[in-house]
Design a protein around this ligand. Structure first.
Ligand code: HEC
Length: 452
């Protein structure tokens, strides 16, 4: 992790907020797509194996379609999975610099495994067709009595099937482990307790928090694979000439997958919210979880409507609901991450401040340092008095709880969060960390006593 720490630069609070925003945007794309890839490749594997054992042509066809839906071509995979994943590694390196959190390392491991899993998944997808090509080249086609194959073709086919099976198994495992690392990385980030307690691979694998988040991801993967399967068959390629029996099988499998996913998803989300430390909870977190639940309920409703009526529009609506619910989940994680990292962001901003001051001094620029009293008069007195309520609460009432906790007061001033519902939110004051330090010293000195 030291290597990762060394390439990070300290940043101001504004930069930190920008990183969180970028993280949110990147994850809104990455999470649903990754869920689709993992869900469809794992399901394709299961079906393919079962079909091979039972010599079931329908299962084989469906496995092939599943393997294709998330991986139309390499560019899609690179732009929707690899690049966003690499961006998250970069963001985590920046955000968690100077802490013991292994989030960036786990995300980096996840990205490497994701690339390897993607390569194996493409091999799995491509080798589906090899036996067809051989059969066609042998002129068998629909002929009633196939000509006997020369023995080396048989050997080649067996080898191709073996490669196909192995590529499928590798793809499924690599992608699942990649998601485990990736999902776990953000789990660690959301809980400052985990920055210290999850200190290596062992603690990571046995962390309840990580497993709960993985169950959310697994449910999302099932829902996305089911909905994606319906979408690719009935919305995208309507003109496909398929056999009725095949369509029926596809529909049943897809509806089962999507229903299972949509039913487990809220349970996982609930457990995930329950495990967040109280320091990472805010009204916003509950609102976002509730919105996600609403969309999941609507998604189930549209799925049912599709089963009843067979109308395509319901599949598109279902897809939008699932992606929307995941977007809310991602945003909720970002809010939790924001709260969890507030103190750390203030520390980093302090480092950044010191560095810029050093730079200024070395360039011969002398910045005028405002005293705490100056700042109070210029910035705070518009809303705060010491012993009377104004826009904000009187300092006599609120500063006491920060006695002996100056860093917490500095963090609040740099990054105000909702405290008392009886007041409006305090807007961020755009102070530099050294200024926040001065005002905190000044306020504590006046309210609690000179000892601070
Ligand atoms: C635009 C009005 C406004 C300005 C300017 C303002 N505040 Fe506040 N402040 C508020 C409000 C409103 C609250 C109550 C927020 C809440 O409880 O959610 C608050 C709450 C606080 C609290 C109590 C936090 C707690 O844990 O209960 C502190 C400390 C504080 N402000 C410090 C400052 C300092 C220092 C400054 C100047 C740098 C400042 N405020 C400038 C409006 C303001």
């Amino acid at each position: 992790m030291d290597v990762l720490n060394n390439i990070a630069l300290p940043q101001s609070t504004e930069h930190f907020h920008l990183l969180l925003l970028v993280y949110n945007i990147v994850m809104v794309f990455l999470l649903p797509y990754l869920a689709l890839v993992v869900g469809s490749i794992v399901a394709a594997n299961v079906l393919d194996r079962r079909a091979a054992r039972r010599k079931d042509a329908l299962g084989g066809m469906l496995a092939r379609r599943l393997a294709g839906i998330a991986l139309p071509d390499r560019t899609t995979f690179v732009f929707l999975a690899v690049l966003p994943a690499a961006a998250v590694v970069f963001l985590f390196i920046q955000m968690f610099q100077g802490t013991t959190a292994i989030a960036a390392g786990m995300a980096a491991l996840g990205t490497l495994l994701l690339i390897a899993g993607g390569v194996a998944a493409f091999m799995f997808k491509v080798t589906f067709t090899i036996s067809d090509i051989v059969v066609l080249a042998g002129g068998r086609g629909e002929a009633a009595a196939p000509p006997p194959q020369p023995p080396d073709v048989g050997l080649f086919l067996a080898a191709a099937r073996d490669t196909h099976r192995k590529a499928g198994t590798w793809a499924a495992w690599l992608l699942v482990i990649a998601s485990f690392c990736f999902v776990g990385a953000s789990t660690i980030g959301m809980n400052p307790g985990n920055w210290i307690s999850i200190d290596g691979l062992f603690a990571f694998v046995f962390s309840l928090d990580v497993w709960v988040d993985l169950s959310v991801f697994a449910a999302a993967a099932a829902a996305m694979a089911g909905a994606g399967l319906l979408f690719s068959r009935f919305v995208w390629s309507r003109a496909d000439e398929t056999v009725q029996a095949e369509d029926d099988f596809l529909r049943t499998t897809a509806v089962r997958l999507a229903t299972a996913g949509l039913l487990v998803l809220p349970l996982g989300m609930l457990a995930n919210a329950a495990l967040l430390p109280s320091s990472a909870l805010s009204g916003m977190v509950y609102v976002l979880v509730a919105l996600a639940f609403g969309l999941i309920a609507l998604g189930l409703h549209f799925l049912y409507a599709f089963v009843r009526s067979g109308q395509r529009i319901y599949i598109s609506l279902l897809m939008v609901m699932i992606i929307g619910a995941l977007a809310f989940q991602v945003t909720k994680n970002q809010v939790a991450l924001h709260i969890a990292t507030a103190d750390h962001a203030a520390t980093l901003a302090g480092v950044y401040d010191r560095k810029t001051d050093e730079l200024r001094t070395s360039l011969g620029v002398v910045a005028k340092q405002m005293t705490g009293e100056d700042i109070y008069n210029a910035r705070c007195s518009a809303c705060h008095l010491f012993d009377q309520k104004k826009v904000g609460p009187p300092y006599k009432e609120v500063i006491v709880k920060y006695a002996g906790r100056k860093p917490a007061l500095i963090a609040f001033v740099l990054n105000p969060v909702k405290v008392n519902p009886a007041y409006p939110n305090m807007p961020a004051q755009g102070l530099r960390p050294s200024e926040a330090d001065s005002i905190a010293t000044y306020l504590l000195g006046r309210v609690v006593g000179k000892s601070q």
